[in-house]
Structure formats: structure tokens, C-alpha cells
Write a protein that binds this ligand. Sequence first.
Ligand code: HEC
Length: 495
Amino acid sequence: MNRTSTIWGWLAAGTLTIFACVAIVAAQTAKPDAPATAKAAKAAAKPAATKPSPAIAKGSNSPASLAFRSSVDTPPAGWKGPVFKLSRDYPKTAPKCDAPWLKRKVNFNSSDPQWKDWEGYVQDIIDYVKAGQDPNLATQWNIAVGGQTRWYHVPWMAFDGERGREFVHGLTNELATKLSVFMPTEGRPSGKHDLQGDAPINGVNPLYETWSIGMYNPCGAHALGQVFPANGEPATYTQGGKMFAKGLPFPEGTVVIKLLNTTADGNAVPYMKGSTNWQANGHVQLSPTDYSTCDRRVRDVHLVQIDLAVVDERSPTRWVYSTLSYDGTHPGATIWDRLRPLGAQWGSDPGSFPAVPQDKSQPLRETVLAPVNIPEHYGCQKRLAGVVDQANSSCVSCHMGAYAAPTPNLNLQAVNIPPIFNFCEMCTTFNEGNKQYFSNYKYPATFPGDGYTTAIPLDSSLQLAVAFAQYAVYKNPTALPRTCPDAGAPPSGTR
Ligand code: HEC
């Protein structure tokens, strides 16, 4: 199934899935609540005929147990390795979070920002996230630092049987389409991706899967716990006729990280040498380019990228993004030493192509790139993106599109939430879609244009967008075909 227009398949995309790119024109004219409402979904829903899935234990189909369960799968008998436990005791009161980077005198408005001016800012964040972790991240990511819980996970990500959290490290699969097959000129999209400089196997360029996990520090988690309280249902309120999520926006002091692991090892890709060897219950690999959708098997994955995001009110989007790329060719003693920052980004550069025509384009001033010598691909027109990110996007432009459809509607990209992947001519020409995508706005603004004015703003958290999307599938269980039989949704009629 080619679900190229979904948030890596997490957000339902209905019939749009047959296109390799999402028609942005349709997005601008579509009424946000036309084809995708709960009402339409219910009308399409058939009375419950399915038998309850044996994979779902009795009593486990309440929103709370599905939202806060640790994984979609369970360890095989005799498993001796780590077993992931969701960190979800979100702080009830606003914690104090040490955020020295906020005191750095960086200039968000410079017309020619330099890496040397931002290096210290990014290093402060690295020092914060590195604290309490093993220098080689040998077996796992430590949740507690100095006896206190430092890292928390997002609920509802162990719901989808195809991509949901696996039991070893709580990793989720980022993409299960052969995107690079459809778009060979697009470089290396996340998920099942081609890596530059890898070794062909029998003349075929292999495709790799990406398995990731995101985490919020206590300041971010305080907000998470308000968005998803103990009952597992999103807490929303209405103001001025628009729905919002409680607890947002994230406060200053918030730090978010994401560990991205690839199935490519040091033999396949030179710069992956000496990376971590974690295990993950990934998809069974059928050939160098093909993976099973639903069957899983424990296999090795290797850290390729660590994404960082912090709230900084000085930023035109209130966020600063950075990413560390693993570079096995760098002479550092530990894995942390070989994780190199690629740069920082705090806006989408609305003054640069393709947000403006080529002849009006100014040099980038909201991305600053660090000098690195690994085969690297950047985002759109050299805006910041990571090694396994989409080359036609960028951290900030993709993340600012984090919205949810008013609950409990299905979340449909380019219908009731903005498209963040693969809209037509993304990054290639100056047009309205690119102008909107590469513009700056911040919470609680709606997405630019008038296409998605009722969407709930999620302050750039795409994991929250996934959580809302999964909750909507839970509420509309028969509106979509379930990809895998063991998916988290209880069959309709069982609750
Ligand atoms: C084309 C879209 C896209 C691009 C580009 C992208 N991301 Fe993400 N990112 C996502 C999605 C979708 C998620 C949530 C799903 C997941 O974590 O598996 C996510 C999750 C994250 C998270 C966890 C918190 C959250 O917002 O959910 C962080 C931190 C993050 N990304 C940072 C970055 C950084 C840094 C870059 C650039 C180097 C980047 N991202 C580029 C789509 C993107």
C-alpha cells in the first residue's frame, strides 16, 4: 500500500493515497470538514462484524490503556534483552528546567548568521541531553538522570500494528512506503531509505528502515500531561469557535529529542561504522528493498541521527531545531564524540526560494549550517534537515505544520490538516503551497491560508499530531481498513 501522503502513514489519508504527491490546490479549496468528519466516517462504518482480535487482552481497550501502553508487541518467550516501558508520569506542576542556551546572545534576525555564533547554543543543548547517558549509548537511553525522571514519551504511539512502538526500545517506524522508488530524484526520504555512499547488493541499491523514538524533558512533559490526561483522551477546549489542546504551547525550558536508528550498518554505509547496536522488533526484511508490513522480527538497528528541538521565545516560530549526525569516519573516542551537529534552524526562511520567486530570493538567514564532511543531504535549498529526513523539506517547515483535526475527526492531510509531506512541486517552484509551507508563524496561529482554519494547533509537535491521529482512528474504528491484524484498535462494538 502506497501511503505517500500520510504523516509517515500515521495520519490517515483516505483516497489521496493513490497519488505520489498531494495536490495542494485541492487542499486550499477543500472544506476542512467536508469528506472527513466523524459523521462521514460513521456513515461509512458497517455494524461490527469483526471478531475481537486475540492480540488485545481483555479489558485493554479503554482509551487510557491503549494510549499509555508501552508497545504494540510483546517479547518472545525467553527474551533477555531490554524491555521498553513508557515514561508517562508527566509532572503535575510546572517544573523548573535548566536551559542555559536561552541566555546565549544569539541573533535571530541577522542577515548572515554564522555557525560560530550558534555553536555554543547548540552545545548547551547537547550537554543537557547527554547528561546521565552512557558515552556509547551501549544498551539504551536512560530515562532518569541524577535520580530524577528526565525524559518522557508521547502516548498513543503503541497503537498502530504496522508502525507502532516495538517492545525493545519503544521505537516506531517512520515510513512504510517505497517512497524512493516513486521519487528516485528526491534523495533519501525517511523510513525505508536509500543512503548515499552505500554498497549495492547484487547491483541493487538496498532500502533501509528507520526506527525512532522521541522524548520530552520535564518542562515539555508537563504540557504533554495536560494534553493527554490520565483517561488517555485529548483534553481540548473551544475558544472563539476554534478547538485548542489544553497545556499548549510548550513553555520555555522545553527540550525534545528524537533518536533515529537505521537498519544500515557500517558495512553498508562507511560513516555508520562503530555506531550503536541496539535491537528492535522491526519488520521482517524480505529482500534488499522489501519489508513485510506486519510481521516483525528482532534485528539490529544503528543510531544515525539525534534531533533536537527547544522552545525559545526569541525565535519567529518560538522553536529552534538542530540535529546531530553520526559520523563513523570522525576520530572521536565515543559515540557521543562522533555525533556531529549539522547546524541550527529557527525559521523557514520565507524570504528565500521557493517561498518567493527565484529572482527575489535572498540568502538563507534562518538556517545556519555547520561545516561537516560526511555525505550529507540538506533540506529544501539547503535549509536544515537531517541525514534521513526529506530533502525537499526542512525541520521547521515540516514541524510547524503540526495540527490535528477537531476531535474526533480522522486526520487527513491536505483535507482537514495541512500536508507536510510530498505535496506537488514541493520545493521545486515558487507557488502558493511552497509560500505557505516555507513561511513563519507560531502558536496559536492557524496554518497560513484559509484551508485549515479549524485545525487544532499543536505547537510544532508532530508526535502529538500522531497521537491525535491515532486517537481519531480509535474513535472511528471502521472508517479505515486496518493494515495489520494486530493493530491496536479494538474492533468496533467492543466498547
Ligand atoms: C518532512 C517532515 C519532517 C522533517 C523534515 C523533520 N521532521 Fe521531525 N518529525 C516529523 C514527524 C512526522 C515526527 C513525529 C513522528 C515520529 O516521531 O516518529 C517528528 C518528530 C520529531 C521530534 C520529536 C518531537 C515532535 O515534534 O514530535 C523532534 C525533536 C524532531 N522531529 C526534530 C526534527 C529535526 C531537528 C529535524 C531537522 C533536522 C526534523 N525533525 C525534520 C517530521 C519531520
